[in-house]
Design a protein around this ligand. Sequence first.
Ligand SMILES: Nc1nc2c(ncn2[C@@H]2O[C@H](COP(=O)(O)OP(=O)(O)OP(=O)(O)O)[C@@H](O)[C@H]2O)c(=O)[nH]1
Length: 313
Amino acid sequence: MSARTPIEETSHRAGFACFVGRPNAGKSTLTNALVGQKVAITSNRPQTTRHSVRGIVHRPDAQLVLVDTPGLHKPRTLLGERLNDVVRTTWAEVDVIGFCLPADQKLGPGDRFIVKELAGIKKTPKVAVVTKTDLVDNERLADQLIAVDQLAIELGFEWAEIVPVSAVGDSQVGLLADLLVPLMPTGPALYPEGDLTDEPEQIMVAELIREAALEGVRDELPHSIAVVVEEMIPREDRPQNKPLLDVHANIYIERPSQKGIVIGPKGARLKEVGTKSRQHIEALLGTPVFLDLHVKVAKDWQRDPKQLRKLGF
Ligand SMILES: Nc1nc2c(ncn2[C@@H]2O[C@H](COP(=O)(O)OP(=O)(O)OP(=O)(O)O)[C@@H](O)[C@H]2O)c(=O)[nH]1
């Protein structure tokens, strides 16, 4: 039983928020911290988020649906252009935009580029989130808060809020949610309680595999990897208390020469990727998994519209 007084239907709020910011700004980690479960993939490599993974924060007074966008960047390929389109479409649809700026990095041209674009979205309230505060002292943090405030003034708008957070130290994450809620429209919950994301499971599973495949590979490879889960089917003839889910997935790379990097000597790397991602998939789905991974070459997929569609972009 809850000791809380019931919230009147009219004061309940629900809406969409998205975090934007340079690659590596900490958007995915913040989404996970707010939701309290791993839903968006994180990595110390830039531009790992390709899909708009939604995390859903359920509170008695509100429901916050978090849309995690890929990083906005200078487009060099067709994929780059599509990613930027996804970002802009998202911005126009949400109720609040959170601009993430790491506390430990100087506000640079990349940040200006994004905030300038944000300034053009007049109707949507914008909140500045200074992330990774655990990495700096108070003085540097204060400088960063001032810098981000100044930048908005320079560009002719004002942040609805400026909030310092550390997702890793779980500091002020709850406060951020408290500040985002009043910016949501009043209305009933948009998703059933308990739903943490509406991303199709296959896409989340593919992202977990991609995350594992990206770990420790050379710099040029991350942009060349895509993962497609072809099939997820429960194994037949299993005893009820010992289910097994068969997951068949392909890791796509762009050039035959990249195959060796992903597979590793005598298949060691691929095996490692399989073991690692299987553990995450099992945790996500709550069932034992048999993971069948194949590496395939999809020549220059980033430049080919037909391939992009096939790979889910
Ligand atoms: N110390 C510290 N590190 C953090 C914090 N938040 C994120 N990081 C680290 O920063 C790196 C990038 O975090 P992500 O959440 O993947 O960043 P992102 O903005 O989603 O990155 P893209 O998907 O590339 O756009 C990871 O190595 C995180 O562990 C934080 O609060 N403190």
